[in-house]
Design a binder for this molecule. Sequence first.
Ligand code: GGG
Length: 326
Amino acid sequence: MTHEIAVIPGDGIGQEVTPAALEVLEALPVDFEFVHGEAGDETLAERGEALPAETRELAEEADATLFGAAGETAADVILPLRSAVGSFANVRPARAYPGLDAVQPDTDLVFIRENTEGVYAGIESEITEGVTTCTRVITEDASREIAEYGFRYAKQNGYDDVTIAHKANVMRTTDGLFLDVAESVGDERGADYDTALMDALAMHLIQRPEEYGVVICPNLAGDMLSDLAAGLVGGLGLLPSANVGHENALFEPVHGSAPDIAGQGVANPSAMILSAAMLLDHLGYVEAGDRVRTAVEDVLDEGPHTPDLGGDAPTEDVTDAIVDRL
Ligand code: GGG
């Protein structure tokens, strides 16, 4: 069976790490047809729109999408693409790997980030000069859906610790609802869980990440806490993600376009290749996904490493080493 995969590299290092993931997928005995789409800052400059309708349609119609990185036009590119695939959950695993110099080597976290609302609902306005507002949307339905997904994910993937992150002591109405709904979901399932104020949680994740497993978060908190966790394990070059919908899904590294290193050929392809492994899982090729994860882990352990991990290897050499191990 052939699977159609939409490939949208986006901006900056997305143009460098996306081909690396394609090389890995092409080395596997799985039949993919890649359909390519453009989006991002350059597309805006050239065509007057950051996300052309045909690119959005590619993502809607493909069996799954691989996305690289968003730059200045993130709000016009990645948010509508997540919506195009009907994604309600952004799954962001952050784990330490043997052989790398992690700040916290016992880190094994998965952020289950609500992916449709919160302050990323895009409702902002300038009321008058110097006065702006952003409307934070939290609904019972979306909170229930992300909590159910988070508790189910923890059970299916063997995580005993589930934490609901919130700031209900300040955002009493919005996070009050998120917390109430997520707690009821945990109670209905008879699950063990903790709740944590997200600011204190940020500190505790740095001090003792080994006490946490799955963290269910509102949208912005999930975006920020997962970047914080990247700092614990060796950087953003290591964190993959899946934007999961009911039928469709989009896979992207947690990192952005990294304009400081874009164009130099030294971006770490690991996060993008690990995102491709999540795509394989999603399409039912779990064994192939495991092979890719093992190959990435071996290369992270033995090298070569890109500069973000203290090495001097280019993206191409790391990719070749991963493909060789496959
Ligand atoms: N590949 C992830 C990416 O492009 N990140 C840039 C960014 O601004 N992301 C916001 C988000 O993940 O919601």
